[in-house]
Ligand binder design. Structure first.
Ligand code: 4AD
Ligand code: MG
Length: 462
């Protein structure tokens, strides 16, 4: 293999040496004597220009260098005479790796709609937009690990297959090797899961939190970062059936420490994007969302509002705004309510706390009022809920009572309750939806466009 230099590095190089570039042709233009190829290899949003004196190459080869084709080019890196780039390659040798027939290659013109690109998600990484999004996605994943590593958190790998429903919402994808056409049955006619692969009913995880708490009660501060599955039939621009979640869990943190960490965490990720992804952010800013960079810069300078659910509902009730879903104390707030508070009322991110216990999961710390729990949601402009978390109920008695009250099975949670039996401690944690974060950072408006291969109801292509 001939060593190639990545386009990103070529564009920063001094002219005056022989180089090899490899990549996919974005465009070819020119005339009978000279051709200009814009070549991209995914290392940057920018292309390198290849200048080809047509007389020096076979006509047959040049004809096959069309949009989407993959080539290797050896030539001299020279100062560019044209505007738009500092250097370009004067081609000496060209090798064609793979053609892309112009009659059938779908990515011919610029400016395909995002809807169309979703229908060819296997090819859309070749577009400028998805190149930018996927590079930012990578940078954010790296920044997340760096953030927690710098703080001494341990990356804990929690299982994907589980027998418990952390959020208690029953939105689980079942995992089974039983013959669905003819499952074994118990004497009372129910499916006999004791004969299933794990000897019990199992599902894909909706959250790594419960196992994360076990880690925090031993290692102090942990985080998880993995795929998460929800069989909720929500066809919205903010829901996926398979998404990635980051869940830190910390011993000795109360709800206020938890909020401080969540706010610092998000701000630090946004700062990382501004410091490391500006080429891609500028592109997305110019193409899709003219206020993107400004919004990112403002969020790292703003103190997030902190208010209780009860205060939030009061503001919504007094707003005079007509909501599709009526609002009142006790209702689970809808995205339209959250966005009203964040976008119209406060004009900045909001951390809402102390929710009615009946709309939150069993593990949240119960307040003295007997009606609310120490949960927290971080609400963001354009997105609504980006983080959900809480201080955890540390009292064994209170937790057992709540599990019973909700009609949940204690049997599958005995291992979890042991954290409250042995060496219990105050602790807190939260979950950041990775794709929700990416919606904010990239300015994209549909969650299907910030994950390479989206899984949504009726859609599991690739
Ligand atoms: O609010 P959720 O359901 O909280 C939990 O799962 C807790 N166990 C987290 C914890 O305390 N460790 O989910 C957390 C976040 C949401 O705020 C949202 O950003 C994201 O996960 N999320 C989704 N993202 C995309 N598609 C979905 N269907 C999502 N459901 C939740
Ligand atoms: Mg939530």
């Amino acid at each position: 293999m001939i060593m190639r230099t990545k386009v990103k590095d070529l564009l920063k190089s001094e002219p005056g040496r022989t180089v090899t570039a490899k990549g996919w042709v974005r465009t070819k233009r020119g005339n009978r004597n000279i051709a200009f190829i814009a070549l991209n290899d995914g290392s940057t949003i920018n292309n390198i220009q290849i200048v080809v004196e047509t007389a020096a190459f076979s006509e047959e080869l040049l004809k096959k260098i069309t949009t989407g084709a993959c080539i290797s080019v050896k030539g001299d890196l020279v100062k560019s005479v044209g505007s738009g780039q500092a250097v370009e390659i004067q081609a000496k040798e060209i090798e064609l790796y793979g053609e892309a027939n112009p009659d059938t290659y779908p990515l011919q013109k610029k400016g395909h709609s995002l809807e169309f690109l979703r229908s060819i998600a296997h090819l859309r990484p070749r577009t400028n937009t998805f190149g930018a999004v996927l590079r930012i996605r990578h940078a954010m994943a790296f920044a997340i690990h760096k953030y927690f590593n710098d703080k001494g958190f341990v990356y804990l790998h929690t299982p994907v297959i589980t027998a418990s429903d952390c959020e208690g919402a029953g939105e689980m994808f079942q995992v089974t090797t039983l013959d669905l056409n003819n499952p074994p049955r118990t004497s009372d006619g129910k499916v006999d899961y004791s004969q299933d692969f794990f000897g019990k009913q199992t599902s894909l995880t909706v959250s790594g939190q419960l196992e994360g708490e076990l880690g925090a009660m031993a290692l102090g501060e942990i985080y998880t970062f993995g795929p998460t599955f929800r069989a909720e039939n929500s066809n919205t621009p903010r829901h996926l059936a398979e998404f990635w979640m980051i869940e830190p869990e910390m011993a000795f943190y109360d709800i206020n420490d938890n909020m401080d960490l969540a706010e610092d965490f998000i701000k630090s990720l946004v700062r990382y994007a501004l410091e490391n992804c500006m080429d891609d952010l500028r592109f997305l800013n110019d193409m899709f969302d003219k206020e993107l960079v400004e919004r990112l810069e403002s969020v790292i300078k703003t103190d997030f509002v902190r208010l209780t659910y009860t205060e939030g509902v009061k503001i919504l009730e007094e707003s005079g705004e007509k909501f599709e879903f009526p609002v009142g104390w006790g209702v689970d707030l809808q995205s339209e309510h959250e966005r009203y508070l964040v976008e119209k009322h406060f004009g900045k991110p909001v951390i809402m706390t102390d929710y009615p216990k009946d709309i939150k999961a069993f593990y949240m710390k119960q307040n003295e009022d007997g009606r609310t729990v120490r949960g927290m949601d971080v609400l963001f402009p354009k997105i609504g809920e980006i983080i959900g978390g809480s201080e955890r109920e540390a009292s064994l008695e209170k937790l057992q009572a709540r599990i019973d009250e909700l009609g949940m099975s204690r049997d599958t949670l005995e291992w979890y309750l042991d954290t409250r039996r042995f060496g219990a401690a105050p602790h807190s944690g939260f979950g950041l939806g990775f794709e929700r974060l990416l919606l904010f950072v990239t300015g994209m408006s549909n969650i299907r466009d910030v994950i390479p291969f989206p899984r949504t109801p009726k859609n599991a292509e690739y």
